[in-house]
Ligand binder design. Structure first.
Ligand SMILES: C[S@@+](CC[C@H](N)C(=O)[O-])C[C@H]1O[C@@H](n2cnc3c(N)ncnc32)[C@H](O)[C@@H]1O
Length: 334
């Protein structure tokens, strides 16, 4: 067989063994979510015996699962009693607005993962619902719920984003935020100056939830909505100084992005700026996993480098395309 040296030392099984263990860990974590384990502890069923007794579960099974969650650092143990830790109290207790269990159980993460080989063999994408389909609205809302409970935590980050782009909030600044989601980026600009006007594009239900947060922050009067599919919604002509596209361009193929950027170009005033910020451009170790996710979850999306974005933007009519510290990209309508 190629590359097989009969004198080589037998390699350890460490990497593969680690992966095998991850399968167990993930299986146990899934069981914990499905069984609402953290909710039971929050409601006082905090020993294996109490859970087995009140829920009718197998006692040995309840104990082994609780101990496994301690090993995952999602519970702690004192004697026979199990306690929530900050992460499980915040994210894993059903009924809380920050609960992520439904999102984690979303089938992409489970049955879908078992189908990677099919997709890779055939190239038939996406795996199930296209990541930009309205069917995913409940998934997006579940993902945003934690940001909406503590929006102020995100604003500090957003402030530095606008500073790095040299965009100052000012009277009359009109910002089009496309696929805005929880809209922390544009909301931060509006919070800084009462003269900033935002126009948000996203699915109706997503917008309504974001508007409620804007109301709590006292900036709802600065916001207009363009609900619906970002491809069919009319952005108008020469209406905005800034257009922001956060974490959405990686869902589309290069031709689609060029079309979208062209539509944005029409909507901007002369001298207007488009900002593209995509998780897939940030230098992070998980880049390869972002690539796999986009491959299975979209029909044509992917990770694009600065050169590819520059070419899409220039084809759409933009100039002065700039890479800001390998993060957001800024370009102008001149
Ligand atoms: C990854 S989130 C990004 C949210 C936000 N821009 C940010 O940077 O945090 C993608 C958003 O795009 C929206 N979206 C995806 N496809 C869309 C479409 N065809 N029409 C309108 N909104 C869409 C989703 O509803 C979701 O809120």
């Amino acid at each position: 067989m190629k590359n097989e040296n009969p004198n080589m030392e037998v390699p350890t099984k460490e990497i593969i063994g680690e992966l095998e263990y991850s399968l167990f860990r993930i299986g146990a974590f899934r069981a914990g979510i499905e069984l609402h384990l953290w909710g039971k502890i929050a409601s006082g069923e905090d020993t294996a015996a109490k859970i087995a007794d009140q829920e009718g579960w197998d006692l040995a099974g309840a104990r082994i699962l609780l101990d496994a969650m301690c090993s995952l650092k999602l519970l702690s143990k004192e004697g026979d009693h199990y306690n929530l830790v900050p992460e499980s109290a915040f994210y894993l207790v059903p009924g809380k607005p920050t609960y992520l269990g439904d999102l984690l159980l979303y089938e992409y993460h489970w049955d879908g993962n078992g189908r990677f080989s099919d997709i890779i063999r055939t190239g038939k994408r996406p795996m199930k619902d296209e990541a930009t389909s309205p069917d995913l609205v409940p998934v997006w809302i579940a993902d945003y719920s934690r940001r909406w409970t503590r929006p102020e935590c995100y604003f500090e980050m957003e402030k530095s984003l606008w500073q790095s782009l040299d965009i100052q909030p000012r009277d009359g600044l009109r910002v089009l935020d496309i696929a805005c989601g929880p809209a922390p980026h544009s909301m931060e600009l509006a919070r800084q100056h009462p003269g900033v006007r935002l126009t948000w594009v996203d699915w109706e239900e997503v917008l309504q939830t974001a508007v409620k947060v804007a109301g709590d922050l006292g900036i709802a009067g600065q916001i207009s909505l363009l609900p619906g599919d970002l491809w069919s919604v009319d952005y108008g002509e020469e209406l905005y100084e800034i257009a922001y596209l956060g974490d959405v361009s990686h869902f589309f193929g290069q031709d689609e992005n060029t079309l979208l950027f062209h539509k944005v170009h029409t909507a901007l005033v002369s001298g207007g700026v488009i900002v593209i910020n995509s998780v897939a451009r940030r230098e992070i170790e998980e880049k390869v996993w972002d690539g796999l996710w986009l491959y299975v979850a979209t029909a044509s999306g992917g990770l694009y480098d600065f050169g590819e974005y520059k070419s899409m933007l220039e084809s759409a009519g933009f100039t002065n395309v700039e890479d800001i510290n390998k993060g957001p990209i800024r370009a102008e309508k001149t």
